[in-house]
Write a protein that binds this ligand. Structure first.
Ligand code: FES
Length: 248
């Protein structure tokens, strides 16, 4: 049975409007060299330091370095608002790594397409892939983490909806599926649907899906989506799915 473990906040920094980078130190429970997670996997985070305990929130792994796990999160509601107020030395409880991540063994040239905060698991993916990679990232306005990604990939393409940096418009307008053997994507549902549409019959797509989650471990069925295999749980059967499985 999986149990929540404690993490100590190393830093919790605002990096854009409503977007925070959280670094959690987790040394005690990693003493047996337990695997802390692969790109696409996530942790359920909940806070008890704050006056008001909140329900756990699923947050993707953006990096793992030694005993520090980095998460990016968007402040969307009460839970993430409470996390955003925590400071160095505060503790959070975390459960994970959970879910199935991206397949790192697939061969060929990779195109990564991210939208907004969907960039989080793809940042870690860009670190772990040995393939040649082009990274397309779309933002509404402010750009973040592109300096780190740029050093890891062959080519980086940026789009912003307001045109403040890179291409003005959507990231899918920049991207040519014919250049790639594989596509990995994460972002808002309309963007994922569009990536799949552009790539249909050209190149396989693997997408990390978002869903509201309560338990995070496959027990409550609160996160199911329609797939060719029937209803599947994003938290346990995903969050990474092949585009051939997902039914929109
Ligand atoms: Fe409970 Fe997925 S969140 S089954």
């Amino acid at each position: 049975k999986r149990a929540y473990n404690k993490g100590i906040i190393h830093s919790n920094t605002k990096i854009s409007h409503n977007i925070f980078e959280l670094k959690l130190e987790i040394d005690l429970w990693n003493r047996f060299g337990e695997d802390l997670g692969i790109p696409g996997q996530f942790y359920m985070l909940r806070g008890w330091e704050a006056k008001d305990p909140f329900l756990p929130r699923p947050i993707s792994i953006a990096n793992i370095e030694d005993n520090i796990i980095t998460f990016l999160y968007e402040v969307r509601g009460k839970g993430t608002h409470i996390i955003s107020k925590l400071v160095k030395g505060d503790t959070l409880e975390l459960l994970g790594p959970l879910g199935n991540g991206f397949d790192l063994k697939l061969k060929g040239k990779v195109g990564i397409v991210s939208g907004g905060i969907g960039i989080a698991p793809l940042i870690y993916l860009s670190k772990k892939l040995d393939n040649n990679v082009d990274f397309y990232c779309g933002f509404r306005d402010e750009v973040y983490y592109t300096d780190i990604i740029e050093k890891r990939v062959d080519r980086l393409f940026i789009s912003t909806e307001d045109g403040s940096q890179g291409h003005k418009g959507f990231v899918t307008e920049l991207f040519d599926p014919h250049r790639y053997d594989l596509i990995f994507t994460c972002g808002p549902l309309p963007m994922i649907k569009n990536v799949i549409k552009i790539c249909r019959d050209i190149v396989p797509v693997y997408c990390s899906m978002e869903s509201r989650m309560a338990c995070g471990i496959g027990a409550c069925l609160g996160c199911t989506i329609k797939t060719t295999k029937g209803m599947e749980r994003v938290c346990k059967d995903g969050p990474v799915f092949s585009s051939r499985e997902v039914i929109f």
